[in-house]
Ligand binder design. Structure first.
Ligand code: BGC
Length: 353
């Protein structure tokens, strides 16, 4: 495993941004920029050894700065939605920016969330593995959140063909905290994802209202709808909508000390298989429902991304734990060190014809 880096451009305030390339001995590679701790590309082989970039993204820093739907982004402090963009801690009310104007929710940490911050980058060696460690200090009150938070996100491309992402954080006040990686995958590397089969090891989901607001309810998965405990080909579902294509799953294993399998995705024409392992107790499955249906979402090399052209598996806790503490623990407290690991592991199977 080696890590190289190159300039990636400058921010409007002149700060320099870099692009890091993490390559393992089998030729799998990941490009990560310290702007937003974004995973820019991820090349993995199909079952004939052909490498393809299987994540959506943009061609340049300028294109990311112009706006995008969290392609490859590190989301935080809170990935997902805090209802009404407000919460109370020890009698004090905190008002966040309602980024989803029409519903008044705060989504993915606010308009200056982790995904738009410049992270300090350092290549480190840990357990004989070279890793890219990205760090930020998120000041007290930034995006409305309490406490000064120190956070690191560490990427490594392991020799077992896993992209590993480790999170660590401390905070000097109680704060909601629920980071994730928002990569959009397409294991076929183009077109829609309807041929993908997906398996998620979860018996229950977090119910939402018509505005996708979490309502503090947990319901069992429903057969032929959002029951992915056995592999489901997405194209076999009658419809893909918020309740089965943009929904938080409570993983049966709960929070674990070591990463455990949360989901397995297979793409039969290329034979690509992706296993998602995590220490987190849940995962938001997002089938790219709101990728533009009008062709206005342009990705790399001018490609247009339509709805359901990629999926995300955003490992996390229940985003609105601060308002519904019985549903999860997406909260960091002084004196605690938050540790979390998610692994995207790649392999292939024979092509199904
Ligand atoms: C959310 C979607 C949202 C998407 C892009 C996902 O995590 O669940 O509702 O459209 O992120 O912001």
């Amino acid at each position: 495993m080696t890590i190289s880096s190159q300039p990636y451009g400058t921010l409007p305030d002149e700060r320099e941004v870099r692009l890091y390339t993490l390559t393992n001995n089998n030729g799998l590679s990941a490009e990560v920029t310290n702007y937003g701790a974004i995973l820019v590309s991820l090349s993995t082989p199909d079952n004939e050894g052909k490498m393809d970039d299987i994540v959506l993204g943009k061609d340049s820093l300028e294109d990311y700065l112009a706006g995008h739907p969290y392609f490859g982004s590190t989301c935080g402090r809170v990935a997902g939605r805090i209802g009404g963009a407000r919460f109370e801690i020890e009698g004090k009310t905190y008002q966040l920016e309602p980024t989803e104007g029409q519903h008044g929710n705060s989504l993915h940490g606010g308009s200056e969330g982790f995904n738009s911050q410049l992270w300090n980058a350092e290549v480190i060696t840990e357990d004989e593995v070279e890793k890219l460690r990205l760090r930020i200090t998120d000041p007290d009150g930034h995006n409305g959140y309490p406490g000064t938070l120190n956070c690191s996100v560490t990427y490594s491309m392991l020799e077992d063909n896993s992209l590993q992402i480790e999170y660590q954080a401390t905070c000097d006040q109680i704060s909601p905290f629920n980071p994730t990686n928002h990569s959009y995958f397409n294991l076929r590397a183009n077109g829609d994802i309807l041929g993908h089969s997906i398996q998620i090891f979860a018996d229950s989901v977090a119910t939402v209202d018509e505005n996708s607001t979490l309502i503090g309810r947990r319901d069992p998965v429903e057969a032929k709808y959002n029951d992915y405990r056995k592999p489901v080909c997405l194209g076999d579902l009658d419809k893909i909508e918020v309740g089965n294509g943009d929904i938080h799953f409570f993983l049966n294993q709960g929070r674990t000390a070591l990463p455990k399998t949360a989901a397995i995705v297979k793409e039969p024409t290329t034979g690509r298989v992706m296993e998602v392992l995590t220490t987190e107790p849940g995962v938001q499955f997002y089938a790219g429902l709101f990728l533009s249906a009008d062709g206005s979402e342009i990705g790399k090399a001018g490609v247009q991304h339509d709805t359901k052209h990629a999926f995300c598996l955003e490992t996390q806790d229940y985003a609105d734990s601060i308002n519904f503490p019985e549903m999860g623990n997406a909260i960091i407290r002084p004196g605690e060190t938050y540790n979390s690991t998610t692994i995207f592991r790649f392999s292939t199977e024979p092509t199904v014809t």
